[in-house]
Design a protein around this ligand. Sequence first.
Ligand SMILES: [Mg+2]
Length: 180
Amino acid sequence: MSALFLDRDGVLNVLRPNDYVKSPDELVMLPGVKEALDICRRRFSHLFIVTNQQGIGKGLMTEADLEAIHRKLLEAVGPVDRIYHCPDLERSHSFRRKPNIGMALQARRDYPDIRLKDSVMVGDSKTDILFGRRAGMTTVLVGCNSTVATDAPHLVDYRFPTLLDFAQNLPKGLQNTNFA
Ligand SMILES: [Mg+2]
């Protein structure tokens, strides 16, 4: 079974630079994400969101705030199998926090049928790409905020401008990968 792992901020919703989405009204979805997930739901056995949320660890928001944000997110994009989040601070070097692979291993424990080597990680940062690579997944970089594609091209299997471009290229076998 092949699963799709999705980063949240910068992939599904607009990234807030140097800040966190701390309440539902700060959540702004990116265009095309619902259509993208509708396609992905037909192509993958499972959909997961894996998101670092150290704003909780910093005390800027609560677990209840995050639950409210995720209710609004799921209203916008439709259901996913599970949202995994890591509230731990970056300096904690938590095994659950990307680029460490705790959330991928948790998903495999929760859904024993999935095979990480047949699964795909889509993210907009080097952290996501490292997470996917370390977990043995195919890695897909979206957006243009990360320099990982030029700094460490061996880590990035495919690259698309947006999640919708990724989804629309799935039937073609992910060949159309480069964009300026
Ligand atoms: Mg991100």
